[in-house]
Design a protein around this ligand. Structure first.
Ligand code: COA
Ligand code: AMP
Length: 639
């Protein structure tokens, strides 16, 4: 480990290593417990053990009520900044408490109780955050579905979560169009075998929608009536091990995985990370430019900043085009943001449109201290550009939906370690990160391998998958016994810095969004004219990666390939959603395979990314790779 005289990281990490339970017991003191935990870690409970067993607490209480009780009622909790709707609104902690109490009472009146699931399909509006907190308040388990997913994906999640109630809005606002959410919700409910008892619909001024009699309720009217009647609800007493939420994420098949977040461990881990990783103090303004539909939004738009008593910015807009590439600098300056957390792709978008950062001119960024990046690999060029443009430390950190907070990062609150561009720096306390080969043997420093984490995972990480303990064991714990498999590959250098280079499975990362190529292949294969297909992620300057589908048409197909390719692009958009950014389907005469029939996706990717490649010895028909190269060339790809 490189020494840094200013950083307490080495000392704190060593303290955790020496006494993990003592470390987390200390961290747990920053949380208000109704009943303190009986045991910090119980190795005999759950799939690999459970944190804070016997503890009773409530997440909404810790995120809202306790700050009002401590005299922070007049402080801003949320700043809503929406260039796409031309609105700004600030909610103080006291106002947030009133809103959450009312919506909690409305949900209770709709029959929602402890343990019931509630699905949210919402744009980036304050009501979405209020809804998540209202669920937490009454002990309901929320499951937020990102607005860029299509009806079919929403239906899959509704079917798995079996929500009692769904909360949605009439529309989302994209720079070039309004996205009518309500028809998508109606289609999804129609498709799903499991139906909600009720829906609460937020009618936005930009777009009205029809309500289904007997099922749908108008959000504003219902809440106004509850407010007039003086309705309110107190915080439910939750076991630390009770689920707070389920968040679906892409797996290696089309069926998404329901990542479960527990109550106590999540509170403790996020509170620790806000202070020690992000270096934020209560009362400061923290901005995560993501979406509440992703884990980054759950942890650092909603829960992390509020648990700490900071002010969180909810931004409904894009880095560019709303209205210009200076949007991020405007928000930082206007709201005195001290730290921004975004995905590298957002910076690449800004850099592309405004390489000289002319839009920074005249903006007062004096409050701004740190830029945090995650969601995809932070390429050194983008990091350098951001450092030079903003003149603040640019901190990459690496994590996953499953972990809920950073596995590796540079702990600003403990004293920033020297930055090595391209590395998310070092493991956070709680994570014992190892690099291993296929036989689970440790590899030397500097050698690439699978990144695994020694069990148990720290507080805040998933205890299991929703109603699927076996899938959790098989998907994460079986291949490397005693370890959690991250499905990322990388290496640790001689200074102990981690480098995360890419996935070992079929997940691709498109503009910071995690997508399954297997899921896209299922959609392509369902087209009647397709004999077989393969989807790979191709390098993209802006989005990091974009999907590219290769298809073989059924014998005797007479329609022009271009017509079918267009249908395939539309089909993926319809089934998975615009977020898949699937714009390229290429017809080829055959797919390259090994003699045992395995499609050579890795080699295809190398060709598409213009990297050096060689046909593997096991290839069945070497000419098939030449076909791929020729088809890619015809589309201007592959160098
Ligand atoms: N509801 C409906 N549609 C949505 C949506 C939402 N909430 N979010 C995105 N979409 C649509 C977009 O309109 C776009 O549709 P199009 O194909 O008709 O243009 C498509 O999904 C892809 O969206 P996106 O990936 O956002 O690409 P983009 O081209 O619109 O913008 C960036 C590119 C780089 C500006 C954008 O990806 C960005 O800001 N990324 C930040 C990454 C991020 O927040 N990651 C979260 C994890 S940290
Ligand atoms: P998600 O679950 O959507 O947060 O996506 C998690 C995946 O994104 C990880 O498994 C990585 O492949 C990738 N990822 C996230 N952050 C980083 C990072 N800082 N560096 C490299 N890859 C990252």
């Amino acid at each position: 480990m490189r020494e840094s005289s200013q950083s307490r990281y080495a000392e704190i990490y060593a303290r955790w290593q020496a006494d993990p339970e003592g470390f987390w017991a200390e961290a747990a003191k920053a949380i208000d417990w109704i009943t303190p935990p009986r045991r910090i870690f119980d190795a005999s409970a759950g799939v690999y053990g459970r944190w804070f067993v016997g503890g009773v607490c409530n997440t909404c209480y810790n995120a809202v009520d306790r700050h009002v009780a401590a005299g922070r009622g007049g402080q801003a909790a949320l700043i809503y900044d929406s260039p796409v709707s031309g609105t700004q609104r600030t909610l103080t902690y006291a106002e947030l408490l009133t809103e959450v109490r009312t919506l909690g009472a409305v949900l209770r009146d709709l029959g929602v109780g402890k343990g019931d699931r509630v699905v949210l399909y919402m744009p980036m509006v304050p009501e979405a955050v209020i809804a998540m907190l209202a669920c937490a308040r009454i002990g309901a388990v929320h499951s937020v579905v990102f607005g860029g997913f299509a009806a079919k994906e929403l239906a899959t999640r509704i079917e798995d979560a079996a929500p009692k109630v769904i909360l949605a809005a009439s529309c989302g606002i994209e720079p070039n169009r309004l996205v009518a959410y309500k028809p998508l919700l109606d289609q999804a409910i129609e498709m799903a075998a499991v139906k909600p008892e009720a829906c609460l619909i937020l009618k936005r001024p930009q777009m009205d929608c029809d309500l289904v009699p007997g099922r749908d309720h108008d959000w504003q009217e219902t809440c106004a009536a509850a407010r007039r009647a003086g309705e309110s609800v107190d915080c439910a007493h939750m076991a630390a091990t009770d689920p707070l939420y389920v968040l679906y994420t892409s797996g290696t098949t089309g069926k998404p995985k329901g990542v479960v977040r527990d109550t106590g461990g999540h509170l403790v881990a996020l509170r620790w990370s806000m202070e020690n990783l992000y270096g934020i103090k209560p009362g400061e303004v923290f901005w995560t430019a993501s979406d509440i539909g992703w884990v980054v939004g759950h942890s650092y738009i909603v829960y992390g900043p509020l648990i700490l008593g900071a002010t969180s910015v909810i931004y409904e807009g894009k880095p560019v085009g709303t209205p210009d590439p200076g949007a991020f600098w405007r928000v930082i300056a206007e709201h005195k943001v001290v730290a921004l957390f975004t995905a590298p792709t957002a910076l690449r978008a800004i850099k592309k449109e405004d390489p000289e950062a002319a839009h920074l001119a005249g903006r007062d960024l004096s409050a701004f201290r740190t830029l945090f990046l995650a969601g995809e690999r932070a390429d050194p060029d983008t990091v350098r550009w951001a450092e030079e443009t903003l003149n603040v430390p640019v901190i990459d950190h690496w994590w996953q939906t499953e972990t809920g907070w950073a596995i590796a990062g540079n702990p600003v609150g403990l004293g920033t370690l020297p930055v090595k561009r391209g590395s998310p720096t070092v493991p956070m306390p709680g994570y014992d990160v190892r690099i291993v080969d296929e036989a689970a043997r440790p590899v030397p420093a500097g050698v690439m391998g699978s990144i695994v984490i020694k069990l148990p995972l720290p507080p805040g990480c998933l205890p299991t998958l929703f109603q699927q303990d076996d899938r959790f064991r098989e998907g994460y714990l079986t291949e490397f016994p005693g370890y959690y498999k991250t499905s990322d590959a990388g290496f640790i250098d001689a200074d102990g810095y981690l480098f995360v280079m890419g996935r070992t499975d079929d997940i691709i990362n498109v503009a910071g969004h995690r997508l399954s190529t297997g899921g896209m292949e299922e959609v392509l294969a369902s087209h009647p004219d397709i004999a077989e297909c393969a989807v790979i992620g191709v390098k993209d300057e802006l989005k990091g990666e974009v999907p590219c589908g290769f298809v073989v048409l059924k014998a005797g197909e007479r329609r022009a390939p271009e017509v079918i390719e267009k249908e395939l692009v539309a089909l993926v958009r319809e089934r998975i959603g615009p977020v898949a950014a699937f714009k390229l389907a290429i017809t080829v005469p055959r797919l390259p395979k090994t003699r045992s029939g395995k499609i050579l996706r890795g080699t295809m990717k190398k060709i598409a990314d213009a990297e050096s490649w060689a046909a593997p010895a096991t290839i069945d028909d070497p000419g098939a790779l030449d076909d791929i190269e020729a088809s890619l060339k015809a589309h201007g790809l592959g160098g």
